[in-house]
Ligand binder design. Structure first.
Ligand code: ADP
Ligand code: NAG
Ligand code: NAG
Ligand code: NAG
Ligand code: NAG
Ligand code: MG
Length: 425
């Protein structure tokens, strides 16, 4: 708290059960989110101070938001400030809890009698609840949310905004689910909130994500649950029981750091037939870098120096690092097919086609002798994306970037359509 003081806190904007929000005097558009050292369940009926909880929650929230932000998800989180506070974009919060479920458990079973615990939702099951403590957070339909006509930071929550939140919740769940899977942990369900950034009017993930926000079952086993349900299920709150709850939370906060680590290193090696293709290759490298994949450029011609081509190939086969080769050769592409016929690693042809002969030249990348499995992708960015999709099968951080990018593309189209419709009215 002492360090938080140095920030020059302005007025307290709000206070809930678990945190306080302060204006920052010198940073317009930003707020300080300060956690409180207490745990609540059943709407604060049970209220126990738990020493150190806020600090552990800090770690959990900051790692999760870092993971989401690095993936490309838009969030309010800016940076950690102290062990119990972080700085975030000032948002007007949309008073809805979005719940996303992979496995049926908890309140879903009560509201849907006959469904057994463990029922798996594919696609994910979405629900929303209006944040209204007095009425125990009633479940709402999409229609109820639309009819509420919330207006926040000047943005009216209409169909477009509801669809964006719905889609974003699914993407966020899938990113966290994929990440927890690396720790053999099943993300069972999750609840999140969105806010409207007061400066940009964008809908962003806000509030926090910690073990208040999800159910985590190690090895898919409910009896090993590590989330707040352990606390809710306590028959009696004894010091020993609270220690167990705290140990579980610590377990989560230790594991959550691992979510930020690559599971499998990989690399892209771009082979170009001539340095005249270097600009094309740099585009591939740039796109690979955006996915966090190292990319190496080499010059070699399978026509003019096949011995060198095979030597370079052996160099990258010899150190055990998973590699995707991209062959960039204009005119007649001998490079990709020769590589593909001589390595078990994937080869992507990405020929730099020219307007005069491109339509003819492309066939040297498409029509292969039998036994070759190379693919051909004309756009350098798309070739890098395909390589990323290959690595995404084993590296969740790459997969998460691809998943967030898909969401962001979908949202951009949605907003472009909304803007165009508004113009033509
Ligand atoms: N980035 C933000 N900007 C403004 N308000 C926020 C932000 N993040 C969270 N809040 C709000 O802070 C308040 C306190 O949070 P919390 O203690 O979790 O409340 P609650 O008891 O309603 O869950 C809530 O109203 C929450 O919506
Ligand atoms: C979210 O979108 C899905 C798919 O379009 C839809 O079936 C579902 O009803 C929506 N959920 C909510 C809570 O709006
Ligand atoms: C996950 O489970 C598998 C198989 O049981 C095991 O080999 C692996 O070490 C576990 N990984 C982690 C991170 O616990
Ligand atoms: C979530 O996790 C941390 C430990 O990782 C814990 O201290 C924090 O209080 C948890 N949030 C709650 C109470 O669910
Ligand atoms: C002291 C403390 O626990 N604060 C941590 C909050 O989370 C960030 C990000 O993980 C850490 O850098 C801080 O040390
Ligand atoms: Mg809350």
């Amino acid at each position: 708290r002492a360090r938080a003081e140095k920030l020059k806190l302005g007025q307290k904007l709000s206070e809930g059960k678990t945190k306080q929000i302060f204006e920052l005097v010198d940073e317009s558009g930003l707020v300080l989110v300060q956690s409180k050292d207490q745990i609540t369940a059943g709407n604060a009926v049970r209220k126990d101070q738990m020493e150190g909880k806020a600090a552990i929650a800090n770690k959990t929230t900051s790692c999760v938001f870092k993971l989401l932000q690095e993936s490309g998800i838009k969030t309010a989180y800016v940076k950690q400030h102290s062990d119990t506070a972080f700085i975030a974009a000032h948002c007007e919060m949309i008073p809805i809890e979005w719940v996303c479920r992979r496995v049926a458990t908890g309140s879903f079973l009560k509201r849907n009698p006959g469904v057994k615990e463990g029922f798996r939702f594919s696609p994910l099951k979405m629900e929303m609840f209006f944040k209204d403590d007095a009425n125990n957070d009633p479940q709402w339909s999409e229609e109820q949310l639309l009819e509420a006509k919330f207006s926040l930071a000047g943005l009216t929550i209409g169909q477009c905004e509801v669809d964006i939140m719905n889609r974003s919740t699914v993407a966020i769940f899938e990113i966290l689910e994929k990440s927890w899977a690396t720790q053999n942990c099943t993300l069972v369900d999750m609840k999140i909130e969105f806010g409207v950034n007061v400066k940009t009017q964008e809908i962003v993930l806000a509030d926090v994500i910690d073990n208040d926000s999800w159910r985590l079952w190690p090895a898919g086993d409910r009896s090993q649950q590590k989330d707040k349900q352990v606390y809710r299920d306590l028959k009696e709150v004894t010091p020993e029981a609270m220690q167990m709850v705290k140990r579980n939370f610590e377990w989560v906060s230790e594991r959550v750091k691992l979510l930020l680590e690559h599971q499998a290193g990989g690399r892209v090696v771009v082979l170009m037939g001539s340095t005249s293709d270097v600009a094309h290759c740099e585009k591939i490298r740039k796109a690979c870098t955006s996915y966090g994949i190292p990319c190496i450029l080499r010059v070699t011609s399978a026509h003019k120096g096949p011995d060198e081509t095979l030597r370079i190939k052996a160099e990258y086969e010899g150190d055990g690092i998973p590699t995707v080769f991209v062959a960039v050769a204009g005119r007649s592409n001998g490079l990709g097919p020769v590589m593909s016929g001589n390595t078990a690693y994937p080869v992507i042809n990405c020929p730099p086609l020219t307007p005069d002969w491109g339509a003819q030249d492309v066939w040297s990348s498409l029509r292969m002798p039998s036994g070759l499995g190379c693919s051909t992708i004309l756009s350098p960015e798309a070739a890098a994306q395909f390589a990323a999709q290959i690595f995404g099968l084993t590296d969740h951080l790459v997969w998460c970037k691809l998943r967030a990018s898909m969401l962001n593309t979908w949202v951009s189209l949605k907003l472009a359509d909304k803007k165009l419709q508004a113009c033509s009215l």
